[in-house]
Design a protein around this ligand. Structure first.
Ligand code: MG
Length: 174
């Protein structure tokens, strides 16, 4: 029997590079530097994608979307998350809730949290009150030129469809 609940965790980091857009949680934030990477470098969506895949013990984001594959160059990371969610649903699960933390020195994420939450909730197809987005600064870690994201998801087993009763209804007496 499948477990009723599964948990997944994901982690990612990307380095800041000048002159590219900064995307976090599917939202483009105003900043002179963006996160480098083969795709759009969306560190939060990558962590969430790995959390989803990990929860169903599927291969990780790097195995499914190889950085050496030209198809994913500059790709919208929402595509990766959508594929992970498809696999979660095919495995018989729905997302219960997500909690996440983004760690970066700048820009301040706080003012953008509502927009990120709205976007991530939409991508995961869950209510906004099931999406936690927290931000921290990397004090004393010496990682000011990188962004880090942690994500934890809980999956719930989809309700099973009731099998049709094999008992035939009694014939009405005429
Ligand atoms: Mg990544």
């Amino acid at each position: 029997m499948k477990p009723r609940i599964r948990i997944g965790n994901g982690w990612d980091s990307h380095e800041f590079k000048r002159g590219i857009p900064l995307k976090i949680g599917g939202v483009t934030l105003p900043h002179p530097k963006g996160l480098g990477g083969h795709s759009d470098g969306d560190v939060l969506l990558h962590a969430i994608t790995d959390a989803l895949l990990g929860a169903i013990a599927a291969p990780d984001i790097g195995s499914l979307f190889s950085p050496s594959d030209a198809r994913w160059r500059g790709a919208d990371s929402a595509v990766f998350l959508a594929e992970a969610l498809k696999r979660v649903n095919s495995a018989g699960y729905d997302v219960g809730n997500l909690d996440s933390t983004v760690i970066l020195a700048a820009p301040k994420i706080g003012p953008h949290t509502p927009a990120i939450r709205t976007r991530v909730a939409k991508l995961l197809r869950i209510p906004e009150d099931c999406v936690g987005i927290k931000a921290k600064t990397p004090e004393g870690m010496g990682t000011d030129n990188a962004a880090i994201a942690h994500a934890t998801v809980v999956l719930k087993l989809k309700p099973s469809k009731k099998p049709r009763s094999k008992v035939q209804p009694a014939k009405r007496k005429t």
